[in-house]
Design a protein around this ligand. Structure first.
Ligand code: G4P
Ligand code: NA
Ligand code: NA
Length: 194
C-alpha cells in the first residue's frame, strides 16, 4: 500500500532541504480516514508485542497515536509540553530539545498513568533527531515500564534520529522514510511500509 507516500507527494510541501510541511493531513488539518489507515498499520506492525499503552507528545502525535490505541484497544497517554499545576512529585519530567525549532520543552506525564507492568508503544508524527522519542522513552523508563517499540509516521532518514534509536536498542518502525528533500523534491527510501 502506497497511500502514505502518495499523500506526502500530493499534499506535502518541501519548505527547504530539512523541513516538509504536512499541514494538509497531519499537523493542522487531519484526514480521519487516512489517519485510521495509519493506526491500523501501526497496530499490525506491533500486533505481537502485547502493548498495554500508546504514548506520544502533544499535539501532532495525538491523532496517529489515538488511531493506533483504538485498534490495539489500549489507552492513549500523551505527554504535555507545559508544566502542569500538579505537584512535581506526582509527575515524570524530561527535557526535550528541538533542533528544528531550537527550543527546549519540558515534557511531563502524571505518575498515575504509567506503571512497571506497562509495555509501551511510542508513536510520533515525525522522526528527525530523535529527541522527542528519546524523551518519551526516558519517561517510560523512569516509570520502570518497558518500551516495546517506536512507531513514526514520517521519518527523515537523512537526519540521525533513526540510527540513534536503533543503536540504543529500540525497535523503530517508520511508515514512510524520506531519503532527501533536496531540490524541492521528496525522495523516498525504498521499501516503505505505507
Ligand atoms: P526530533 O524530536 O526527532 O529530534 O525532532 P525535532 O526536535 O527536530 O522536531 C521538533 C518538532 O518539529 C516536532 O514537533 C516535530 O514533529 C517537528 N518536525 C521535525 N521535522 C519536521 C518536518 O520536516 N516537518 C514538520 N512539519 N514538522 C517537523 P513539535 O514541536 O512536537 O510540534 P507539534 O506539531 O507536535 O505540536
Ligand atoms: Na511531534
Ligand atoms: Na510536529
Amino acid at each position: 500500500m502506497k497511500l502514505l507516500q502518495d499523500t506526502v507527494r500530493r499534499e506535502g510541501i518541501v519548505l527547504n532541504d530539512q523541513v516538509l510541511k504536512v499541514d494538509a493531513f497531519l499537523n493542522h488539518q487531519i484526514d480521519p480516514a487516512f489517519m485510521l489507515a495509519v493506526g491500523k498499520q501501526f497496530a499490525d506492525l506491533f500486533a505481537e508485542e502485547a502493548i498495554t499503552k500508546v504514548v506520544t507528545i502533544e499535539s501532532s502525535g495525538i491523532a496517529p497515536a489515538m488511531m493506533t490505541a483504538m485498534q490495539l484497544q489500549v489507552p492513549l497517554l500523551f505527554a504535555r509540553k507545559h508544566k502542569s499545576l500538579t505537584l512535581t512529585s506526582d509527575i515524570y519530567t524530561e527535557t526535550v530539545y528541538s533542533y528544528t525549532k531550537q527550543v527546549s520543552n519540558e515534557i511531563t506525564v502524571s505518575k498515575k498513568f504509567l506503571h512497571p507492568t506497562d509495555n509501551v508503544l511510542i508513536i510520533d508524527d515525525f522522526l528527525a533527531n530523535g529527541e522527542a522519542a528519546f524523551g518519551l522513552a526516558r519517561i517510560v523508563e523512569q516509570a520502570e515500564a518497558r518500551v516495546a517499540g517506536i512507531g513514526i509516521v514520517i521519518e527523515k532518514s537523512f537526519q540521525p534520529g533513526r540510527q540513534k534509536l536503533l543503536d540504543a536498542g529500540y525497535r523503530v518502525e517508520s511508515l514512510v522514510r524520506i531519503a532527501s528533500l533536496e531540490k524541492g523534491q521528496v525522495t523516498f527510501v525504498e521499501n516503505n511500509v505505507m
